[in-house]
Design a protein around this ligand. Structure first.
Ligand code: FAD
Length: 359
């Protein structure tokens, strides 16, 4: 019997694949609305994997995840669109910055080619191909899409239940005095849990179930805030528009994205949150607009209104930032740590990896 803790996109994929492989699976979820964690507060983008070093888990699992996800969406009628993505150098403040960006975009192109991502092209003067996109050069990546995340999660929960997964809500799992317990958050009743294997898919809270490993390493998740502003209109074409990724962080920079229902957003930026439930928008619209206007001149400041906030589960190991996903097996626990972007894209492949670790 396997207990999966957390029913975001990661725990749900793991539970579903385990049940399909013949395991008896229980999911313990502390929330009533499971889609309200990281999985319900992101850009909904299916990434090509162009940003990641080919030796990284992010690269391997993003590729594989994308491959599994597309036929899964088709089969289960989950709304998605392979809309492609433009990564532009955007406006620069100096010739030095512009030179630097040209080097960066060339590097990204080489990485994409090395990884075998099909159809990538480098355009000069992107504004003549995509009206209102600013910058001297841009990469076009046809292999990128968006998915309707609420429908994706709903389909996974349903398929999981059909395969035999039992989802228990309002149950918070804790580790205490060498044991594992579930506290029912409504009745406050505490019960001890026993399983052949536990899977920690707690997103922002996964460090609470693995503070130190057997070698004394300390894992810590720090919440990094990404704010989204709603845009009052969509660009005149259905394509995502991104700046070059941030050099100092794993964030991809404030970009233009849209949801399949018709809403358009700018986001997310990257700032440290004060806690794991700090969903407050802090950035003034004027400041935020400065990031967006570097990649497109389609919007005026008054076209932006407050949207939503997502929190990235930034992983630190012994105080040092870890940029890759970590899947850590220790006794009868498999821990998933630092599953930030491209976690949504990678989720089916992360689940395959975990199922493979069961044997
Ligand atoms: C701003 C932002 C934008 C992103 N954009 C993209 C994107 O465009 N494309 C992409 O591929 N990825 C993206 N990601 C990454 C992706 O959203 C995440 O990797 C993924 O959603 C993580 O899912 P999860 O299941 O690990 O976490 P969650 O969805 O947070 O699920 C964890 C669950 O565990 C539960 N839980 C926690 N602790 C306990 C406990 N002790 N007991 C019981 N239950 C517990 C929580 O209630 C929660 O439901 C983005 C992330 C952010 C923050």
């Amino acid at each position: 019997m396997v207990i999966v803790v957390g029913s975001g996109i990661i725990g749900s994929w793991i539970a579903y694949l385990l049940a399909k492989s013949g395991y008896e699976v229980y999911v313990f979820e502390k929330s009533e609305n499971a889609g309200d964690g990281i999985s319900g507060r992101n850009s909904g983008v299916l990434h090509s994997g162009i940003y990641y070093d080919e030796t990284s888990l992010k690269s391997k699992l993003c590729f594989r995840g994308y491959e599994i996800a597309i036929p899964f969406f088709e089969k289960n009628k989950i709304p998605f669109s392979i809309c492609g993505k433009v990564i532009t150098t955007g406006l620069s403040e100096s010739s030095e910055e512009e030179k630097d960006k040209q080097v960066e975009i060339e590097k990204l192109l080489s990485n994409g080619k090395r990884l075998g991502i099909s159809g990538i092209e480098l355009f000069s003067n992107p504004g003549s191909h995509w009206k209102h996109v600013l910058g001297n050069s841009a990469l076009w990546i046809p292999k990128t899409g968006i998915v309707d995340v609420p429908s994706y999660l709903k389909a996974l929960w349903q398929l999981g239940e059909e395969a035999g997964v039992k989802i228990l809500k309002n149950k918070k799992v804790i580790r205490e005095d060498g044991g594992v317990f579930a506290i029912d958050l409504q009745t406050k009743v505490k019960e001890e849990l026993d399983a052949d294997c536990f899977v920690n898919a707690c997103g922002l809270y996964s460090d609470e179930l693995l503070i130190n490993d057997s070698k004394g390493n300390k894992f810590e998740i720090r919440p990094n805030k990404g704010e989204y502003f709603r845009l009052n209109k969509q660009l005149p074409y259905e394509t995502l528009v991104y700046p070059l990724p941030m050099k100092t962080s794993t964030a991809l920079g404030v970009h233009y994205t849209f949801h399949l229902g018709g809403d358009a957003y700018a986001g997310p930026n990257s700032n440290w949150a004060i806690s794991k439930d700090d969903y407050k928008m802090n950035t003034p619209r004027k400041v935020y607009f400065e990031s967006l206007r570097k990649i497109t001149d389609f919007y005026k400041e008054e076209d932006l209104s407050e949207g939503y906030v997502g929190l990235r589960p930034r992983l630190f190991l012994n105080g040092e930032s870890v940029k890759d996903f970590v899947i850590h097996k220790e006794s009868n626990w498999i821990h998933l740590l630092g599953i930030e972007s491209p976690g949504l894209t990678s989720s089916p492949a992360i689940a395959e990896e975990v199922v493979g670790m069961m044997v």
